[in-house]
Design a binder for this molecule. Structure first.
Ligand SMILES: CC(C)(COP(=O)(O)OP(=O)(O)OC[C@H]1O[C@@H](n2cnc3c(N)ncnc32)[C@H](O)[C@@H]1OP(=O)(O)O)[C@@H](O)C(=O)NCCC(=O)NCCS
Length: 120
């Protein structure tokens, strides 16, 4: 299941062949935090952009400004709030890169089949 909320003129763009397990993505925080010194808002909204073949595991939160490349895995219960490149596994709150040069399959495969990843 995916809960998408794109407000404040911002967008959520999602690539092809992605898999989401109970994910929340919101382009704003819904409430504004102000810096009392500058009187300026701190938490303005931003677009969320997701590449192709991104798997967001269970209970992931994609915050404003999230930008994910292609072939990315987001570990369960992670909170993402910045930009990551291609072929990375990210995890944590806030998410950071745990493994690089990865690919994932939709089914629980026991062995690597290169034809599935275009690396023949
Ligand atoms: C992302 C995932 C596939 C990684 O599995 P893995 O490659 O076996 O990773 P490991 O268990 O070896 O963990 C590697 C490191 O990442 C950390 N890590 C793994 N998942 C994490 C998570 N969700 N949040 C924070 N850290 C995490 C581990 O603690 C470990 O850290 P360490 O090296 O400091 O000990 C797995 O953790 C996961 O989140 N699976 C999702 C399951 C799910 O939601 N399925 C729903 C079906 S769609």
């Amino acid at each position: 299941m995916m809960h998408l909320t794109a407000t404040a003129g911002k967008s959520i763009l999602i690539g092809e062949n992605c898999l989401f397990a109970n994910v929340i993505a919101e382009t704003t925080d819904h409430h504004t935090v102000f810096d009392l010194g500058t009187k300026q808002p701190l938490n303005s909204g931003a677009n969320i952009i997701i590449g192709d073949r991104v798997w967001c595991a269970r209970d992931v939160i994609l915050m404003k400004g999230t930008i994910l490349g292609s072939d990315v895995v987001v570990a369960a219960r992670s909170m993402v709030n910045k930009r990551f490149g291609n072929k990375v596994l990210i995890a944590g709150c806030p998410a950071s890169v745990i493994k690089e040069n990865i690919a994932w399959t939709e089914r629980a495969e026991a062995t690597f089949m290169p034809e599935k990843f275009g690396v023949l």
